[in-house]
Write a protein that binds this ligand. Structure first.
Ligand code: AMP
Length: 597
């Protein structure tokens, strides 16, 4: 059986796993282990040649494997009217690639996600894309993407942006938040692009850098903390800009500056950027200026602020205000709404901004089967090997806490004949892109990753996430755990998360139990004592409680500015009982009796 990880559904092992530390049998060695792995259906590992690219000249490297930033986009021609003609080849590449994530059948659970709009400005949620007043090309692109109904975050964000509000959405990757901001922003710009956009070269006869170059003057700026997230958003923007004049570009650290600069010089309307590379380009105003920016979107804002980007952040946000146009909208997306985010919100967002909260962190993972197994540190390698061999082969991400551990484990699995690859922040960008590509295409369906590098990864059919090392309370804690397991079971699909636990993880015990209880998962014996004594689940909610703000003397009202008065919470829960808005929810997520759309 040659399994690519695309077709296989993961089932938990027949016996409930609880303790893997008493596995006495030794690991098989050399050829025997390779033969066993093939027998189980795992494809053969391929050695990554870290030196190969040093021996190729630059053009060969680019031709061998294109950089994510060079991916094809719809190129506008002067003679087009308002909408460009279809481009069959590109359409296939953008919308029909077999590796694009697709909606799964378990959307019923996603309906349970609670949505609250917490400001006085509360747009009516849309129930369908058709009623949102979107540009016909946007609607067409949404159809091509295969999005049938808006997700909860989209149901709220789209009308908020369409009615010209600033926005804060507390939402995780996986909730459909990228499209939640791209759809309304692009739609609003489409009709006006000819008037608003900077001049651009006609690329029909190729691009001569010295004759055709223009300065990049984007209308939309999207800032994100990681390179992988940047390229994912770029991919979604390439899809949603199809047949329009709007030209997306992505710039990120580690990628070739020269190539990224060339792309900018061809014209850029939508710029997706990681902060360091963005600042580099902002320092070269002949190449990039933010003077035309109409929409600034900060994704994973809490991550950016946590990672000491605060000074750069202010420069970037202020950079857009060279354009002293009142018509500049700001949007922030964040997993938590912590103090740093609140300060940015206070400074940049209009008073009537809309704040939307999508569920509680973690409550969106009902489609993940979670198992926690006891594994002493000395036995973890063996446990991992046994676990992988016990499962039908499928795409698996193994999280570790350190870079050396990622290297070691990758070597170990490789030597055991298992098809692994790895990613962490000491790898070059070329290596990182190659690892993701190998994982996506299931050439190497096992990815060993440190948390930072795998943050926000949206890869089709990740069936299993293994927390080889659980995060510690001081490094991300339960939020990190939730982010990690969210790499599987995306958008109504199913998945499994296995976490190795021993006494070194006891700081995580209580939070872990609460999540297991919330998601109706089995609690292993060794964690029973961590369950809340009264059986009542209480969560420390996100940190938007103003009490912690040292500089804030005015309480909630102050922090939220004029829009502070709480509005009615809108509940998407199917069993919201007599809540008047429950019908909105059902309408927005029409699921038939089988859980199918
Ligand atoms: P995000 O939260 O932006 O990372 O999106 C998660 C995944 O959901 C991506 O693969 C999107 O392509 C997909 N997605 C976004 N919106 C929808 C929708 N309305 N219906 C189905 N899939 C969607």
């Amino acid at each position: 059986m040659s399994v690519t990880g695309v077709e296989v559904a993961v089932m938990p092992p027949q016996e409930p796993l609880e303790d893997m530390s008493n596995l006495a049998a030794a690991l098989p060695g050399g050829e025997e282990s390779a033969a066993l792995a093939r027998e189980k259906g795992w494809v053969a590992p391929q050695r990554y040649n870290y030196d190969a690219y040093n021996t190729l000249d630059k053009d060969e490297v680019v031709n061998a494997l294109p950089w994510a930033s060079n991916s094809a986009k719809y190129e506008w021609k002067e003679e087009y009217g308002d909408i460009g003609p279809p481009n069959e080849e590109l359409e296939k590449m953008l919308f029909q690639d077999e590796y694009i994530p697709r909606v799964g059948k378990l959307l019923e659970n996603l309906r349970q996600i609670e949505v609250t709009a917490e400001t006085t400005e509360r747009p009516d949620p849309i129930k369908s894309f058709d009623e949102a007043g979107l540009h016909p090309i946007t609607l067409n692109n949404i159809k091509l993407c295969g999005y049938v109904f808006p997700t909860p975050v989209q149901a709220y964000c789209i009308p908020a942006v369409m009615t010209g509000h600033d926005l804060i959405a507390v939402a995780q990757t996986g909730s459909g938040k990228t499209a939640a901001f791209l759809i309304p922003v692009l739609s609003r710009l489409m009709g006006k692009a000819k008037k608003l956009a900077a001049p651009r070269p006609d690329l029909s006869n190729g691009f001569n850098e010295s004759l055709d170059s223009v300065r990049a003057e984007p209308l939309v700026l999207i800032v994100v903390p990681t390179r992988e997230l940047a390229t994912q958003i770029f991919d979604e923007a390439r899809r949603l800009c199809y047949r329009s004049m709007l030209r997306p570009c992505v710039i990120y650290g580690g990628g070739p500056t020269r190539d990224q600069r060339t792309e900018l010089m061809k014209g850029c309307d939508i710029l997706i950027a990681t902060p360091g590379r963005l600042i580099d380009f902002m320092d070269r105003p002949n190449i990039l200026t933010l003077c035309r920016v109409r929409y600034t979107i900060i994704d994973e804002a809490d991550e950016l602020l946590q990672a000491d980007w605060e000074a750069e952040f202010t420069k970037i946000l202020a950079g857009g205000d060279v354009n002293e146009d009142a018509d500049h909208r700001y949007m922030m997306f964040s997993a938590t709404f912590n103090r740093g985010c609140r300060q940015v919100a206070r400074k940049f967002l209009a008073n009537d901004y809309v704040r939307i909260r999508i569920g509680r962190v973690g409550s969106s993972h009902l489609n993940v089967t979670q198992q926690v197994v006891w594994a002493e540190d000395s036995m973890k390698k063996k446990c991992l090997y046994d676990l992988l061999m016990a499962m039908p082969p499928s795409r698996t991400i193994v999280f570790v806490n350190t870079k050396p551990q990622a290297d070691l484990l990758d070597d170990f699995l490789f030597n055991m004949g298992l098809p692994s690859t790895s990613i962490h922040s000491d790898r070059t960008q070329r290596e990182r892109e190659d690892a993701i590509r190998a994982f996506k295409t299931a050439k190497s369906p096992i990815l060993i990753a440190t948390a930072v590098s795998a943050r926000g990864l949206d890869i089709k059919n990740v069936m299993h996430v293994v927390n080889y090392d659980l995060p510690s309370i001081s490094h991300g804690g339960i939020d990190e755990y939730i982010h990690r397991i969210g790499r599987t079971a995306r958008i109504g699909n199913q998945g499994l998360a296995t976490s190795f636990y021993n006494e070194r993880n006891s700081d995580m015990g209580p939070d872990l139990v609460k999540i297991l209880m919330e998601c109706n998962q089995a609690i292993p014996d060794f964690l029973q004592s961590e369950a809340p004594p009264d059986g009542v689940l209480k969560f420390d909610d996100d940190t938007d409680d103003e009490a912690g703000d040292g500089d804030n003397t005015g309480g909630a009202g102050d922090a939220w500015g004029a829009a502070a008065a709480p509005a009615a919470a809108v509940d998407f829960t199917a069993n919201a009982g007599d809540n008047a808005t429950a019908t909105d929810a059902q309408g927005a997520w029409p699921v038939d009796a089988n859980g199918d759309w």
